[in-house]
Design a protein around this ligand. Sequence first.
Ligand SMILES: [Zn+2]
Ligand SMILES: [Zn+2]
Length: 243
Amino acid sequence: MPLLSNIAELLKDTMLPPLCAVCGSLCETYICKSCYLQIRPPGSNICIRCGSFLKHNLPGNNSPYAEYCNLCKNEEYSFYMARSFANYDSAVACIIRKFKYRKFYYLKDIILSFLKEAYEYYYSGQKIDFIETVPAYSGIIKGNIKSHMQMLMPKLSICLKIPYGDNIIKIKNTLRQQELGRQSRRINLENSFKIRHSLKAARKNILLVDDVFTTGSTLNQISRQLKNAGAHKIYILTVARGN
Ligand SMILES: [Zn+2]
Ligand SMILES: [Zn+2]
C-alpha cells in the first residue's frame, strides 16, 4: 500500500468525526445510514436449527422436515441452534474484513452492537452460562496470541451480561478454512481444539460466537468438543451468514 494511503488510513482511525467504514462518507457511528440500510437480516425462510437459507421451503410444501435443511435432517451438527445478525453481503463483509484483516479495531463497537442486537432478537429468552469464541493457535507462547474475536470477548461479555468462559484452546495450527472444501475442512480441523476444564463446561449452555458462519465446520468442531466435555446446549451466534 502506498505511503499516502497508509497515512490516510491512519488519519481515518484517529481523527474525528469518523467516516463510514463502508463508503467513506462523514457520519457519527462508523457506518452511515444509507450503508446500514443495505444490511439484510437472514429473514424467516431459514432452517430452524442451523439458520441456513432454505431453497426448498416453498409454499404448499407440508413435509414435516420442510423447516430443516438437508444437513440438519441428517443431524450433521453438534450445536443446538445457529443464528446470525445479517447475510454476508457487501456492507457487513466490508466491516468484518477491515476489522479482521486490516486490523481496524475501532470497528469493534459496531461489531459488538450487531452481535448484541442479534443476541437479543434470537436468544434473550435462553439461559446461557458462558460465552466462548474461536481461539487462535498460540503455539509455544501459550495464551499470548489472540484471535480478533478473542479480543472482542471481554467487551461482549459486559454487553450481554454473560461471563466469558475462555475455556477453549487451539492446539494445532491449521490451514485457512476458506481455501478448502467441506470434507477437507473437517479433516483439517480434527483434534485442533481442546476444552481447558471439562468441569467448567459440564451441564452448561454455551453461546459460541464468531464473525462468519460459512459451512459451520469450525463452529461444529468446537461444539463437538464442548459436548464431549459434557456441555448441555451450544448456541451459535455470528455477525454474518455466508452462503
Ligand atoms: Zn456509508
Ligand atoms: Zn440446518
